[in-house]
Design a protein around this ligand. Structure first.
Ligand SMILES: Nc1ncnc2c1ncn2[C@@H]1O[C@H](COP(=O)(O)OP(=O)(O)OP(=O)(O)O)[C@@H](O)[C@H]1O
Ligand SMILES: [Mg+2]
Length: 159
């Protein structure tokens, strides 16, 4: 058995629009079926990132935090589904299994999962892990993103 390789990139994000743009870029690079697991504290910018993926997919409705819903589905421009999950309130992985999370990820055009650690065992190998963090109290609109790609995702942004 060979372990899957991965690469890490870092990005400085000055303001929430840069976080949305990074998300849109990663969506283009990953293509259909993309799964993003978003890590970072409360207010780190995970929902802003989800908005960028939604924009790239042509989602027309507003993308807000699904904290009380666990999962929200949005129709995309191409007639697919953008899944926005927030597992903050999920107790354990078997609850995610019960709602059919693994199957949902296979049919969605793209999925963003906030607070994914509780269901780490259900994430497919193609999952892109993004960690967002504020780095300096003096720069409230700055975030540092660490992006961990499986090695089957193109390194260079398609033109
Ligand atoms: N560079 C940035 N990227 C993203 N958000 C930023 C940035 N700079 C400032 N912000 C602000 O930080 C907040 C991020 O909120 P957001 O709801 O996206 O966080 P979250 O990680 O989803 O939090 P939660 O864990 O509560 O769901 C917003 O108020 C946004 O305006
Ligand atoms: Mg959020």
């Amino acid at each position: 058995m060979t372990a899957q390789g991965f690469r890490v990139e870092w990005r400085d994000l000055d303001g929430e629009d840069e976080t949305r743009s990074l998300a849109a870029e990663l969506m283009r690079r990953a293509g259909r079926g993309a799964v993003f697991a978003l890590h970072g504290d409360l207010g780190a910018g995970k929902t802003r990132f989800a908005q960028g993926v939604a924009r790239e997919l042509g989602v027309r409705d507003a993308v807000a935090s699904p904290t009380f819903a666990l999962v929200l589905e949005h129709a995309t421009r191409s007639g697919g589904v953008f899944l926005h999950m927030d597992l903050y309130r999920l107790g354990c992985e078997s609850e995610a299994e019960d709602i059919g999370m693994a199957e949902m990820l296979e049919t969605a055009e793209a999925t963003v999962i906030e607070w994914p650690d509780v269901a780490a065992g259900l994430l497919p190998p193609r999952t892109i892990h993004v960690t967002l963090a504020a780095t300096d109290p003096g720069l409230p609109d700055h975030r540092r993103a660490e992006i961990r790609f499986p090695d089957n995702i193109p390194a260079v942004r398609p033109s």
